[in-house]
Design a protein around this ligand. Structure first.
Ligand code: GUN
Length: 280
């Protein structure tokens, strides 16, 4: 049976470290403030935004919530982001995605000041990551690196395979694993023989958005499996992109869904908020 990588416990450990840091910063006169913007009422976004606010309260970060109506125009949203860029009290700006269709997501992301881009989505943040310079890193892949390190899993010199090439997970994940000296391969919908590639993986990161797609036939004996999926199975139960039951005896370590990668995303957002005031 594989070792279960307990994302909930690791996330809690990091949140407590951050809470201590924030208390110290406050004692020195530095407060941290995150602005969270949601446009419309997407139910999943409402849950995520609520959890972000809760995490802020736990750690001691002030959160400013902007709940804007679905009809908000692109110009109105851009104006709000610009005002928050100029607001010295605000250290981090997060615009919850997806945005309504009439708003150009890329334009909004580009408008956020890279100094306040705690999501790590701005082209300047992504560019900095790709050439090994300082900047904010996308929270989910950054959280996966923390999960691996804090579980004592070596990345240096190992075969790392990622399924999925999204801007939020797959691509930054590849850059981060490369930064840790992994040998990195990215599979996607045009990959000819996915299994032939994934079976080479010492560390397999699955971020494809298909319920239980990866079973034992995709993995090598003893592989470390990181499941980024948040899907529903045939009975409507929350599950990952990996068929946990099918791979648990072949893998050496695995993240469960829920309780694996999920809790790390918000935790790394909190980490980025703290980073936004450090070294100022
Ligand atoms: N929607 C789903 N995940 C995320 C995230 O990490 N950040 C933002 N801004 N929106 C999201």
């Amino acid at each position: 049976m594989a070792k279960i990588i307990d994302g909930k416990a690791i996330a809690q450990e990091i949140k407590d470290e951050l809470k201590e840091k924030v208390a110290k910063l406050r004692a020195e006169g530095t407060e941290i403030c995150l602005a969270v913007i949601q446009v419309g009422k997407d139910p999943a976004s409402t849950v995520y935004v609520g959890n972000k606010k809760k995490a802020c309260a736990y750690i001691g970060i002030e959160s400013l919530a902007y709940e804007l109506p679905e009809e908000t125009t692109e110009a109105e949203l851009l104006k709000l982001v610009e005002d928050l860029n100029a607001n010295e009290k605000v250290n981090g700006i997060l615009v919850q995605l997806p945005l309504p269709e009439h708003i150009d997501e890329n334009k909004v992301i580009k408008t956020i000041s890279p100094k306040k881009d705690v999501d790590g989505f701005h082209p300047e943040s992504v560019g900095a990551l790709s050439i090994g310079q300082q900047g904010f890193v996308s929270c989910t892949p950054a959280g996966i690196i923390e999960l691996l390190k804090r579980s004592g899993i070596k990345i240096d010199g190992r075969e790392c395979v990622i399924i999925g090439r999204s801007n939020i997970v797959g691509k930054p994940m590849a850059l981060l694993l490369l930064r840790e000296n992994g040998t990195v391969t990215v599979c996607h919908s045009h990959t000819k023989d996915i299994k032939e590639v994934t079976k080479r993986a010492d560390i397999l990161v699955v971020a494809i958005g298909k319920a239980k797609m990866v079973d034992e036939s995709y993995i090598k004996e003893g592989a470390v499996i990181i499941d980024v999926g948040m899907d529903r199975d045939e009975n409507g139960k929350l599950c990952g992109d990996v068929d946990f039951e099918a791979v648990k005896d072949k893998a050496s370590a695995i993240t469960p869904v829920p309780g694996g990668v999920g809790p790390m995303t918000i935790t790394m957002l909190m980490h980025n908020c703290v980073k936004s005031v450090e070294g100022r």
